[in-house]
Design a protein around this ligand. Structure first.
Ligand code: PLP
Length: 394
């Protein structure tokens, strides 16, 4: 089966990266072999030599991710964090990077505690569009954004960032990286808006079943791809064939899962926004009242807001804790993007390590609750939110 240029997302999700074996298996077999036969020295009989360098299952997944991100090239890693690490390892010593302030904590940790040790210095800003021109230096090599942000769901205009880089760092080869984990390729394709690399913790929506830790990136820049592919092999932070196979299987239903989660999430967000008595504020990119809704209209498929919501409950940390312990269907756990609904209290869980002042400056108050809407029945989820809110605020 050859995909056509005109094939839409769902067709690509099912068929991209398809691999037909000698038996004509409709579902690809899992190729566990670590090494591959050669007919004479240095002449492999097929395209594979050694499984760290390339493996059929990883290659299928990489092709599928690239197709969904409108990219020519994809690479898979052992985790989202290993993907980040490999990209940052590609920077020359003495480079400077600019990152949005409220990136994923692990990305922040890598920038400040690992990349700095090999001479990469990073500037963080909570107002990238304003600050970027002043932050760009002669040695700036990379700009990192995450949109929407975690857990306050601020949306960044990717095209505007790309234009600023072109204007203020012309000829400097600054790479714009977008972490698209929160939306998945179904809702947004950052490469269409001028990003050079799009990255995902595929642990979340792409695999979607909370049973694999894996990372991917996609790009249209061939020299960049070749450099990162070299590092993928040289560093060796690759996923196992089984994890690549599972993630490829999960990816085939990405469009169904993400759309359903977004359909439920907008109903839940609208309900929370209407409950002025118990809710202080709601962050959800699908709400027309979201401060960056104009960007959502431009950057997100069908103005979908995704499956992530955060909201501030009345009654402070105590009410947040009570709410988090009162749901029936939403499981209290970190992570997101799976078929099952999850919730957490960022101030004491995912963002607990950030000093209170810095945390609150980016909107992470003690009363903030983050929910990852799964694909259970919409009405059941809404009922669960309503009853937990009643318990927590009564
Ligand atoms: N990027 C984002 C936005 C994340 O939420 C995470 C993990 O939570 C990562 C990257 C890191 O991915 P992983 O946990 O697969 O290493």
């Amino acid at each position: 089966m050859t995909l056509q240029e005109s094939d839409k997302f769902a067709t690509k999700a099912i068929h991209a990266g398809e691999h037909v074996d000698v038996h004509g298996s409709v579902i690809e077999p899992i190729s566990l072999s670590t090494t591959f036969k050669q007919s004479s020295p240095a002449n492999p009989i097929g395209t594979y030599e050694y499984s760290r360098s390339q493996n059929p299952n990883r290659e299928n997944l990489e092709r599928a991710v690239a197709a969904l991100e409108n990219a020519q090239y994809g690479l898979a890693f052992s985790s989202g964090s290993a993907t980040t690490a490999t990209i940052l390892q590609s920077l020359p010593q003495g480079s400077h990077a600019v990152s949005i302030g409220d990136v994923y904590g692990g990305t922040h940790r890598y920038f400040t505690k690992v990349a700095n040790a090999h001479g990469v210095e990073t500037s963080f800003t909570n107002d990238l569009l304003n600050d970027l021109p002043q932050l760009i230096k002669e040695n700036t090599k990379l700009v990192w954004i995450e949109t929407p942000t975690n857990p306050t769901l601020k949306v960044t205009d990717i095209q505007k960032v790309a234009d600023l880089i072109k204007k203020h760092a012309a000829g400097q080869d600054v790479i714009l990286v977008v972490d698209n984990t929160f939306l998945s390729p179904y809702i947004s394709n950052p490469l269409n808006f001028g990003a050079d690399i799009v990255v995902h913790s595929a642990t979340k929506y792409i695999n979607g079943h909370s049973d694999v830790v894996l990372g991917v990136l996609a790009t249209n820049n061939k020299p960049l791809y070749e450099r990162l592919q070299f590092l993928q092999n040289a560093i060796g932070a690759i996923p196992s064939p089984f994890d690549a196979w599972l993630t490829h299987r999960g990816l085939k239903t990405l469009h169904l899962r993400v759309r359903q989660a977004a359909v439920s999430a907008i109903k839940i967000a609208e309900f929370l926004a209407s409950d002025k008595e118990n809710v202080v504020a709601v962050n959800y990119p699908g709400l027309k009242t979201h401060p960056n809704y104009d960007v959502v209209l431009k950057q997100h498929r069908d103005a979908l807001g995704g499956g992530m919501i955060s909201f501030r409950i009345k009654g402070g940390a105590e009410a947040a804790s009570k709410f988090a312990s009162s749901t029936r269907l939403f499981t209290l756990a970190e992570s997101l993007g799976g078929i099952e609904s999850l919730l957490e209290v960022p101030a004491v869980m995912t963002h607990g390590g950030i000093p209170k002042e810095a945390r609150e400056a980016s909107g992470v108050f003690d009363d903030l609750i983050r929910i990852s809407v799964g694909i259970e029945d919409t009405e059941d989820l809404l009922e669960d939110i309503k009853q937990a809110l009643k318990q927590a605020t009564s």
